[in-house]
Design a protein around this ligand. Structure first.
Ligand SMILES: Nc1ncnc2c1ncn2[C@@H]1O[C@H](COP(=O)(O)OP(=O)(O)OP(=O)(O)O)[C@@H](O)[C@H]1O
Length: 254
């Protein structure tokens, strides 16, 4: 595959007792692209992203991020390298503003005292650079006009965008998202996906998403990987993969 490969998975294996959840999985994710991972229930999608992000240790194979072997590293170490799963970031504090919630996602040296002193330090201008960066990122996700609103006032869709903004503030170069379109109406799902596509194209952020509502997201993704029974059964452009008879059959079989 052409382009800069940010994530490479080689012959990844994971078993749970007698269940082979990952059976020599290989994949390549290109930087600045949106990749969709699909497959029927139990096909191994969640296990795959759990192994990639360090939540499970594999029984075989390797995960390379930016050319570096990250196999077996902790989720925290992996996220510090720039590979972030949105659910790793604590839920936004509903009583803090949108801007404050982006600021608290940053891995600052004084992480724990940061929250307590946040308002005062902001007021004193000590975190000017962080605030400028947070503002910039809010612009990228289209929430800058909401910066001083309490996060509890955001809609479900805006909350997803805030999650993405916080991941980027944390230093994410690649973001893994479970079901970005879940729980929001189709029109809103489209606008979230539009934003994800923009962040990939214009800002070079790489996305790997798992989404069951394939019809809602397929037009926004660059590449699809389809899994079935622990294996990758097809990969390529969305239309190719989604019309592949083997992929269609894997859903019927489930
Ligand atoms: N912690 C676990 N312990 C035991 N078995 C597990 C565990 N996690 C996953 N499995 C099994 O591994 C297989 C793959 O499951 P996985 O959750 O990765 O599939 P999935 O494609 O994410 O499914 P879904 O779309 O339903 O979330 C299934 O047979 C599942 O029962």
């Amino acid at each position: 595959m052409a382009g800069d490969i940010i994530l490479r998975v080689e012959d990844l294996e994971k078993r749970f007792g007698g269940i082979v959840a990952l059976d020599k999985v290989n994949l390549e994710i290109e930087r600045g692209k949106v990749t969709l991972l699909i497959g029927p229930n139990g096909s191994g999608k969640t296990t795959l992203v759990n192994v990639i992000s360090g939540f499970y240790k594999p029984d075989g194979g390797r995960v390379l991020f930016k050319g570096r072997d990250i196999t077996g590293m902790s989720p925290h170490e992996i996220s510090k390298l720039g590979l972030v799963r949105t659910f790793q970031i604590p839920k936004p504090f509903t009583n803090l503003t949108v801007l404050e919630n982006v600021l608290t996602a940053a891995d600052s040296p004084g992480e724990n005292v940061y929250l307590a002193g946040l308002a005062r330090r902001l007021w004193l201008g000590f975190e000017k650079r962080a605030a400028a960066r947070a503002f910039e990122i809010l612009g990228w996700v289209g929430l800058d006009h909401m910066w001083d609103r309490r996060s509890g006032e955001l809609s479900g869709g805006q909350m997803k965008l805030l999650e993405i903004a916080r991941a980027i503030m944390k230093g994410a170069e690649m973001i893994i998202m479970d079901e970005p379109a879940a729980g929001v109406n189709p029109r809103l799902a489209g606008s979230i996906m539009e934003r994800i596509k923009y962040l990939a194209r214009e800002k070079g952020i790489t996305f790997l998403i798992i989404e069951h509502r394939i019809g809602l997201v397929k037009e926004y993704v660059d590449r699809v990987y389809a899994m079935s029974m622990g294996k990758v059964i097809a990969s390529g452009k969305p239309d190719e993969v989604l019309n592949n008879p083997v992929v269609l059959e894997s859903y019927l079989g489930g």
